[in-house]
Ligand binder design. Sequence first.
Ligand code: GDP
Ligand code: GDP
Length: 443
Amino acid sequence: MKPVIALVGRPNVGKSTLFNRMTKSRDAIVADFAGLTRDRHYGDGRLGEHEFIVVDTGGFEPTSTGGIVKEMAKQTRQAVAEADAVIFVTDIRSGVSGHDHEIAQYLRVAGKKVILAVNKAEGMSESPLLAEFFELGLGEPHPVSAAHGQGVRSLTEAALEGLVSFDEPDNDEGDAESDRDDTPIRLAVAGRPNVGKSTLINTWLGEERLVAYDQPGTTRDAISVPFERAGQKFELIDTAGLRRRGKVFEAVEKFSVVKTLQAIADSNVVLLLLDATQGVSEQDAHIAGYILESGRAVVLAVNKWDAVDAYQKETLERSIEQRLPFLRYAEIKNVSALKRQGLGPLWKAIADAHASAHCKMPTPVLTRLLLEAVEHQAPKRVGTFRPKLRYAHQGGRNPPIVVIHGNSLEHVTDSYKRYLEGRFRAHFKLTGTPLRIEMRSSK
Ligand code: GDP
Ligand code: GDP
């Protein structure tokens, strides 16, 4: 599971700047999860091979009656509770303040790993002013400049130390392993509160009379439930808002964004549940956006299909098309978890998505498809350049990546890439998974 790093500190020390910096290295999906977390931001970060989640606690304002401390404490507590490591951000230009001492005091007893960052230290990494920050009793201060990117890498390394192994790349995909037929499909069931996640899962589990048991995670209290269906092994990942209580799953009242992000990252296939009686909400779109970014395979299930009339059904189809256009490759299944309707096709869609995501694309086949596609429709000339597409190989799975080699490939347009994607998709009958295309020009 991806480690979670929380950024805490008083306003204006540069938390959001640091957040942007830490999540910038890849296309950060900064999910606001409207309506769920007004005061915290979540983003994906990457340091070399290692992915992590950053939580920023910015966005709270001092209130009149000394409320700032209270509000800060509340924000800090929530973020810290979810985190594996905390970066406490301070500001070298304003020095150590009373509020800093209060936060430090809380962090010293919170029992989490804390890294002390002293921001706005561009050109001041040797400054005697740094010494003052030892007072906070949180170990050595790390001078950084979030605005200029200085020291951010080693700060991140310090935060991740002990949470990830820097010696061996964490090769979580393990291609050889996923070749084995008995490798379980890691399934995450995501969706906002009340869409019917626990009802669906309990229906499944009850139906299968499975031997479900908790598997304590390696680093944290991750739980997954193994079960079998029609000879296929599954591993249900303990998802946001869901907890096992004895033999049944139940919704917990608080939706955890971090749990959702981790479960998605940890899965092969995500089942995104929508509520037919509620339509497609902004929260649904946010979760869907994250799934897209994660590259995981996805199946959409519209639950509570039993509870809507013909008019609503029609409206729903249109609103899915409009609000989740980027998940066009996902299969959409209408189900009723309560009435146990539509569940068979749902299993098939999940298995198909998984198979597509792990599809093997031999180099000769990819290259032939590529050359046929070019022959059918060549890429446009750009100025004096005409991209020359020579051969293709598979660069990864879940999601499948097709790497195309040739010359002047930087001039291949997005629409031409979509054209190629369509041809590859059609040939390999891909469904429910994104397909990424990478261009590699030789000089
Ligand atoms: P937050 O309230 O803690 O999230 O702080 P912000 O990220 O919004 O930053 C507050 C102010 O500090 C902004 O004007 C930033 O441009 C500035 N700032 C952030 N990082 C740095 C830095 O490394 N150096 C300097 N000089 N200013 C910074
Ligand atoms: P969760 O928060 O996503 O785990 O949602 P729950 O499983 O707790 O379900 C929320 C509510 O929706 C409960 O009252 C369920 O009985 C109801 N519900 C779940 N699935 C269905 C369904 O397929 N049809 C109808 N009509 N109600 C459902």
